[in-house]
Design a protein around this ligand. Structure first.
Ligand code: ZN
Length: 267
């Protein structure tokens, strides 16, 4: 009996695997995908990983990709310099660029960007040093897009005052526009999940920006005119094939409710 039971279980597992594989192939073959990926800092040993990953994903014919970098870390400059054909979107918190010294930078990094309660005593990682305003000018000259990521990287849903919300949302884009002398039309709210945004914030974002970028997975194909853009957070330590699976919509079903709620909030 045990042997029979084991054998049934074994074949069931195989059939499940086969189903997932067929579904994956179905997604890959049938559905064109327009995906935005989220990256943050790029460690020195990840530059070549990113190059190899984009090369691998570039061979997936159903996939159109836009790379976005959040928070404004200087290490992302090395990554884009190593990839001259890449045109990315950089979401910047101006207050991080304007931190006056290393102590203020470290506090901003751990408290605001990483949302930690404590600041470690050791120096902040070099890869998380902020970009400089000159870097943003250079990125623009090279065809990259600069977007706003609030002034100080707050959870927008936790801000009570509408004036404060407007300062974070509108103020960041206006400041970037003034310093860079170019229109700022892209906005990504910090932390990217539903808990970090609400309807009030969505309305203010819609007043000021053309695009509202989330951290919710989904396909943007066929939604060209829509301001809400889904994005996929990825980790360069993950295998290329798993990342391709995600970007082919492999886990989109798990985010359906979040996408619906987001669309309700954004109107
Ligand atoms: Zn961020």
């Amino acid at each position: 009996m045990t042997m029979v039971a084991n054998s049934c279980w074994g074949s069931l597992k195989f059939s499940r695997k086969l189903t997932f594989w067929l579904l994956h192939r179905f997604f890959q073959r049938q559905r064109p995908q327009q995906r935005l990926i989220i990256l943050h800092t790029i460690e020195a040993n990840h530059c070549s990983k990113l190059t190899n990953l984009l090369d691998y994903l570039g061979k997936q014919r159903h996939l159109a990709l836009t790379v976005t970098f959040d928070d404004g870390y200087r290490s992302t400059m090395d990554a884009v310099q190593a990839l001259p054909s890449l045109r990315a979107v950089f979401f910047i918190c101006p207050a991080y660029l304007d931190t006056p010294d290393s102590v203020a930078r470290k506090h901003f990094l751990y408290r605001q960007l990483l949302d930690r309660n404590t600041v470690p005593s050791e120096p902040a990682p070099v890869s998380m040093t902020p970009l400089r305003w000159d870097d943003l000018h250079e990125l623009q000259r090279n065809g990259h897009v600069i977007g706003a990521h609030t002034l100080t990287h707050r959870h927008l849903s936790r801000i009570d005052s509408v004036r404060e919300l407007e300062r974070e949302i509108i103020g960041s884009g206006d400041l970037l526009e003034e310093r860079l002398n170019c229109p700022i039309q892209w906005f990504a709210y910090p932390f990217g999940g539903l808990a970090s945004i609400d309807e009030r914030a969505c309305k203010i974002i819609a007043r000021r920006y053309r695009y509202l970028c989330t951290g919710i997975r989904g396909n943007n194909h066929g939604r060209d005119g829509h301001p809400v853009r889904w994005r996929d957070a990825i980790d360069l330590n993950w295998p290329d094939r798993y990342i391709a699976f995600l970007l082919s919509g492999g886990l989109d079903w798990a985010y359906l409710r979040q996408r619906r709620q987001m669309m309700r909030m954004a109107g």
